[in-house]
Structure formats: structure tokens, C-alpha cells
Design a protein around this ligand. Structure first.
Ligand SMILES: [Zn+2]
Length: 238
């Protein structure tokens, strides 16, 4: 591999570490364990330790890392992670809105492109799209200044009662699940009626007023977030 290509590979992988720490740390940016990071990235624990030590020892450290306490992004690391996330979500929106990609294909394409676009390209995409704040999966797009709106949402798997809810976002984690969910009408903004919990910890649900009820597996339900403000009405156990 040429040195240039190797350098690109390295910065891609740094970006992916930073994004993973951002995603796993949640809204409060809790410390993330090496094990969780290894799981998320599908990388051996030894390589994780290696990379985290490197990131912590950089001239401008990107993470704060203590072997037994886990890892947290530094201010510079968080800035970079949010920038890459902004690229990712803008590219996804562009592919979906302008280039008519199917929803289940935009994530993989954005994973490749997010590391390479220039600031100018990012600005042009944002302007072309009218400076969107939400991507096609329902996720907040960080601003140019690195601010990201908190989403007041709750996982479907945390719902313990029947009712009608608005879907806030659907994870882009897995293309096949995303395609199946789309085929069932499950997408941000859709109204989801939860009828009951199934024996396998999934749900019997329907979409809108007229669709027939169908089963959602526990795993698929873990990819769906609902708008939180509707969740406290008329509790009724299911
Ligand atoms: Zn994505």
C-alpha cells in the first residue's frame, strides 16, 4: 500500500474510533470501556488499547484514557467526532434527497465518503439541501459549530404499554433490518400502534390507521426510537 493510502487508512480509523466513543458515551458522554469499544468496532481488545494510547499521547490529545477507567473524548476529539458525524449525516441526506438512493443504502456509502469531503463540499451540500437539521433516519445533524440538538426520544423496547406513538428515528445500523422496516412502513414521522408485547419480547404493531398488525422482533424494536413527549399518557400494562 502506498504511504499516502496508508495515511488515509489511519485517519479513517481514528475517525471511526472517535465516532464510536461519541455514540457509546451517550448524551452525558460517560466513560466508555475498551470492551464496549471492541464490540462496537469489531476489533481485538489489544488493538483498542494500542490505538487509545496513541490518541491520548498525540500533540493535541483526542481522548483521555486510563486503562481501568475507560476512555472519554477530549474537547478536540469531540469536535472532530461531531464534524465527521455532520459529514456522515449530510451525505446521507444528500444521497437520499438528491440522488434518490434507497434509505438502506445511504449509510454504507456515507461511511466511506465522510472522511474525505472538504469543508467547501460540506458547505455546498448543506446549502443545496437548505441546511437540514435532521437526516433521513431521523437523527440530528450537528451544526457547523459542532452543536448537536438532543433528541427527546425513547427506545421502543422500553415501552411497557399499548398506545399510538410517533416514530422519531430508525437506526442505520443494519441495512437488511432497515429495508424490512421500510417495507412495513416504519420510518421517522410514521404513527406506530403498539398492540401488545409478544412472547419473544417483540411487539405486535401496526402503522397508521389501516395497516394489518404484524410482529416486530425484539432486535428490530431496538432500532426504533419514539417521540418521548407522548409517552406518559394513559398507562396500561401490556
Ligand atoms: Zn449512517
Amino acid at each position: 500500500m502506498s504511504p499516502r493510502r496508508q495515511a488515509n487508512r489511519n485517519s479513517e480509523s481514528v475517525d471511526n474510533y472517535l465516532k464510536a466513543i461519541l455514540a457509546l458515551g451517550g448524551a452525558e458522554q460517560r466513560r466508555v470501556t475498551s470492551t464496549a469499544l471492541a464490540d462496537h468496532l469489531g476489533v481485538a481488545p489489544a488493538s483498542i488499547t494500542n490505538m487509545l494510547q496513541k490518541l491520548a499521547a498525540a500533540a493535541t490529545p483526542l481522548v483521555e484514557y486510563e486503562r481501568h477507567r475507560g476512555v472519554q473524548l477530549s474537547a478536540a476529539g469531540k469536535r472532530r467526532a461531531l464534524e465527521v458525524l455532520r459529514h456522515h449525516r449530510l451525505i446521507e441526506t444528500f444521497l437520499y434527497e438528491v440522488l434518490d438512493y434507497p434509505i438502506e443504502e445511504i449509510h454504507e456509502e456515507a461511511e466511506r465518503l465522510e472522511h474525505f469531503i472538504s469543508e467547501r463540499f460540506e458547505e455546498r451540500i448543506a446549502a443545496k439541501l437548505g441546511h437540514p437539521r435532521i437526516d433521513p433516519h431521523g437523527h440530528s445533524i450537528p451544526t457547523m459549530e459542532g452543536e448537536m440538538a438532543l433528541q427527546n426520544s425513547i427506545l421502543l423496547t422500553e415501552i411497557e404499554r399499548e398506545g399510538v406513538f410517533t416514530i422519531d428515528s430508525v437506526s442505520d445500523r443494519d441495512a437488511l433490518t432497515l429495508r424490512q422496516l421500510k417495507a412495513s412502513g416504519i420510518k421517522p414521522g410514521a404513527r406506530l400502534r403498539v398492540r401488545k408485547k409478544t412472547e419473544a419480547q417483540g411487539y405486535l404493531v401496526s402503522i397508521g390507521r389501516s395497516s394489518a398488525a404484524f410482529d416486530l422482533s425484539h432486535e428490530a424494536a431496538g432500532d426504533i426510537r419514539l417521540l418521548a413527549e407522548q409517552i406518559n399518557l394513559r398507562p396500561r400494562a401490556i
